[in-house]
Design a protein around this ligand. Structure first.
Ligand code: ADP
Length: 405
């Protein structure tokens, strides 16, 4: 069964096409700078022998043109991997915000689209573009199932005492103001992979999963269910990130407005796009931070220390929330690749039984691996995430269920 996964953002569309029986990626790519004259598409075909064919084209795209171009490349005799767009049985869409309506993936119908539209005020930067992706995809693939997989779904098990903010309760009841959490597909995927690696039932483990990419978040998972997460009503809360500030005293916003005369839009943009690592040392790319820190750049060193201190603080908090932990899981671009970030984030947690074996941590290995010592009380793992594969697997389950009904 061929499944296409689409991640439609404001200025980009990412895609991956799978043969879901074998979990093989047939092709993947990215359309960037949508709506800009400098738009481009990068398409990578994965040949049967594992070699890759890369194609890059520069052009102006809107979402419709982008998805049409993806189809063109997927069926082209040279760059293509399928004969006809009808070979695509289902399209799985990554949806950032499912609000309180969804704790599991769903096949798209008018009710689902209505619920997504209702959630736009909660995720104005993401949901409108996700919806656009579904609308365009439904016209381009009218024969295919359309499925939605929510970034918020895994967090719907978080109890009320944890997800509520300490503000007037009616703001939750009337306006849905609460913490929702994001990156749920990734946390759920790596948590289950970790359980399989440890050969223990997922339902009997206490895990802390740490997703460190451009965005970053951390989850406490107990007995197969998420019980706390660091992001909030939006992805701005929690850990320090590439360009987002993470946790901040809300009164800073009043100060910026009253005393510096900044508009709300300007503050929102600053906290989302110009803060985090970038705000401290000028770059949001951890590879640059590490290189400059190594060369003795003190601001890069400071941003690194702030970043890893915040991760450590959350590990301690979630250790308490879980009442002990069986395994800690690092994932995503930084979590999978930076031994420095992993080491520094766990340093000083020995009293909790959390230790890292420096040699294992530095090995440049791929796949799931253990970086804690053999006799460690808490297993520390690196588990590569694959949100698109998870979306494709969830989409397949929905299609199978629909076919057997
Ligand atoms: P996204 O949230 O866009 O999916 P990724 O998971 O790809 O982000 O993570 C991007 C981050 O990973 C960037 O900060 C990048 O610098 C960092 N990263 C990628 N490779 C490495 C590496 N080898 N060492 C350190 N950081 C890395």
């Amino acid at each position: 069964m061929i499944i296409l996964v689409l991640n439609s953002g404001s200025s980009s569309v990412k895609y991956k096409i799978f043969d879901i029986e074998t979990h093989h990626v047939l092709a993947h790519g990215l359309v960037e700078k949508i709506g800009d004259d400098k738009g481009s598409i990068t398409h990578i075909k994965v040949r049967e022998d594992g070699s890759r064919l890369k194609i890059k084209k520069n052009e102006w795209y809107d979402h419709k043109k982008a998805i049409k171009k993806i189809v063109e490349l997927l069926i082209d005799p040279e760059s293509g991997v399928i004969k006809n767009k009808r070979d695509i049985i289902a399209v799985g869409h990554r949806i950032v915000h499912g609000g309180e309506h969804y704790n599991s993936p769903a096949l798209v119908d008018e009710n689902v689209l209505d619920a997504l539209r209702k959630n736009i005020p909660l995720a104005p930067l993401h949901n409108p573009h996700n919806i656009k992706g579904i609308e365009v995809s439904s016209t381009i693939f009218p024969h295919a199932y359309q499925a939605v997989v929510f970034d918020t779904a895994f967090h719907q098990s978080i109890p009320k005492k944890t997800f509520l903010y300490g503000i007037p309760y009616e703001l939750y009841e009337k306006n849905g103001i609460r913490s929702y959490g994001f990156h749920g597909t990734s946390h759920s995927y790596v948590a289950q992979k970790a359980a399989r690696y440890l050969r223990k039932p997922f339902e009997k483990l206490s895990l802390i999963t740490i997703h460190l990419g451009n965005g970053a978040s951390i989850d406490a998972v107990k007995n197969g269910k998420c019980i706390d997460t660091s992001m909030g009503m939006t992805p701005l809360a929690g850990l320090l990130m590439g360009t987002r500030c993470g946790d901040i005293d809300p009164a800073v916003i009043f100060y910026l407005s009253r005393h510096l005369g900044m508009s709300l839009n300007r503050i929102e943009n600053m906290l989302n796009q110009e803060s985090g690592l970038k705000g401290i040392c000028g770059t949001n790319d951890m590879r640059d931070v590490l290189e400059r820190r190594e060369a003795g750049d003190s601001m890069a060193g400071l941003s690194f220390d702030m970043y890893t201190y915040r991760v450590k603080k959350y590990i301690g908090a979630y250790y308490a929330a879980l009442g002990g932990v069986d395994a800690i899981v690092f994932t995503a671009g930084i979590g999978e690749n930076s031994y420095q970030v992993r080491e520094s984030s766990c340093k000083g947690l020995e009293a909790l039984g959390i230790m890292i074996d420096c040699k294992k941590n530095k090995l440049d290995k791929k796949g799931v691996r253990k970086i804690s010592p053999e006799n460690g009380r808490v297993e520390v793992l690196v588990v590569p995430t694959d949100e698109e594969l998870m979306i494709a697997m969830e989409t397949r389950k929905l299609v199978d269920n629909a076919c057997t009904r």
